[in-house]
Design a protein. Structure first.
Length: 301
């Protein structure tokens, strides 16, 4: 079965022999190489095992019928790994050049992989760029999906950059599809329930935390992406600040963790890497809250 990976993770065409490249052409395997130029004929050009590779403009992006391809969407591929299938060859300047299609690779990725996914399916993806409202991720062959900010974790953050960075490889679940059929992702359901996260800590420990919000009644401090506790009010703290905290108590029935700030002057900023409690398969229902808690947080896919 063919695999459809994010751009940057596909097999590099320059590491293959001409015979292997021909087999890939026959099977439709998705390869990648770095686009070297966007020429005056509006084509992407590549160098593949000593031969020129040419990707005509209309083969650079899989779009809906009647939807135009914008130059900016193509020329920004220059200097970056770009996926494709080899569709054939042509003669150019007296030499044989490979004909390449990113559009056909993306079409096959949608048809044979993405369109078959159910809500709750766990898939790999790569963060490509970040906006205030969420992170865009490559879910295969350069096809983009949105990971909204409120789906990055249960613990609230002010920016997606507090949780992820461009180029980071993630596991996410398919949350839904928008009206155009584009995938919307979620991460928080893979990062564990309150009980699963709280079980990683014990009262009496001192751990590193990140200030998430400063309120009149106290300071919320994250100690794991899906777990935060409350410390006493302190107006000298600010969101995003790394601190060390003493865990005073853990109260499952109220889903509360009481913290005491020990050190406010940690020397460097922090970001917790995702700790996955689910890594494969499909999630149908996820309940974050403890059974005793009056507040129930859950997702039904």
């Amino acid at each position: 079965m063919l695999e459809y990976r994010a751009e940057g993770l596909c097999r590099n065409a320059n590491h293959l022999t001409p015979e292997e490249l021909e087999r890939c052409r026959q099977t439709g395997e998705v390869l990648q190489s770095t686009a070297l130029a966007f020429d005056t004929a509006h084509r992407l050009r590549f160098e593949i095992c000593g031969r020129r590779g040419i990707m005509p403009f209309e083969e650079c992006l899989d779009v809906q019928p009647g939807e135009p391809i914008k130059d900016i969407a193509v020329l920004t591929r220059v200097g970056r790994p770009t996926c494709f299938v080899i569709t054939g060859s042509t003669q150019e300047d007296g030499e044989t050049a490979y004909l390449l299609s990113r559009a056909k690779a993306q079409h096959a990725c949608r048809k044979n992989y993405l369109d078959l996914l159910e809500n709750g399916s766990v898939i790999p993806c790569t963060v490509t760029h970040i906006e205030n409202f969420g992170a865009f991720c490559d879910v295969g062959c350069g096809i983009s999906a949105l990971l909204p900010i409120d789906c990055l974790s249960v613990s609230r953050i002010s920016s997606p950059a507090d949780r992820v960075q461009v180029g980071q490889q993630l596991l996410c679940a398919v949350k839904s599809r928008d009206v155009q059929g584009r995938i919307v992702l979620t991460l928080r359901e893979l990062l564990g329930t309150w009980s699963e996260n709280a079980a990683c800590f014990a009262a009496g420990e001192t751990v590193v935390g990140i200030v998430r919000s400063v309120e009149e009644y106290g300071v919320f401090i994250e100690i794991a992406p899906n777990l935060a506790g409350l410390a006493e009010p302190d107006k000298t703290l600010h969101a995003g600040q790394a601190v060390s905290v003493y865990i005073k108590s853990i109260l499952p029935d109220k889903m509360k963790i009481k913290l005491v700030v020990v050190n406010k002057t940690l020397s460097q900023p922090m970001r917790f890497e995702p700790h996955y409690f689910v890594t494969r398969g499909r999630i149908r229902r996820w309940t974050y809250s403890t059974p005793q808690s009056r507040k129930q947080i859950e997702t039904v896919f």
